[in-house]
Design a protein around this ligand. Sequence first.
Ligand SMILES: [Mg+2]
Length: 200
Amino acid sequence: MADFNKVLTPGDYQKGELNVVIEIPTGSNHKIEWDREHACFMLDRVEPMAFAKPCNYGFIPQTLDEDGDELDVLMITDQPLTTGIWMKAKILGVMKFVDGGEVDDKIICVPADDRNNGDAYQSLKDLPAQTLKQIEFHFNHYKDLKEAGTTEVKAFEDVESAKKVIAASIERYLDIHPELTAKNAVKDTADKIKEAIKEL
Ligand SMILES: [Mg+2]
């Protein structure tokens, strides 16, 4: 299996686009996680069926959140996605979230090219209120059978706030992977040269 942190970038998040890898399909109680050490997926645990995921769950490659993992994504689709696929996503906002005292924010997305819903979803305001209520309830309670009160949804914030969370997570990743900073700088210069040539 490809190491997603090697073959994918986070995507052009400043334009509202992300590359996202799916770990858990909507409706699954399997806590499937990307195992970055072995570059494959593992079943970390089976959750109570009452706390099956209300939406697909995944991560952004080449990011590092404050909990030491890649930055998490909640991907809202009409049908469950499959573990192991990657996709281009449109950012709608961010769910500010704390798990056991650690910041563990979740970027909320929809597929970038959705010909079923068209451009219906541009921000969190476009989602059904009940969808966000279910997500909020899920993340406030999904660990209650182990120990109640360990997780807390703090707020839902807009696309700009999501971009700040993504930028900070990319910075953290680049701090421990300086070779990518150099590679990205070369790519940026190449892109600028290409743009300049186009304008001639
Ligand atoms: Mg996390």
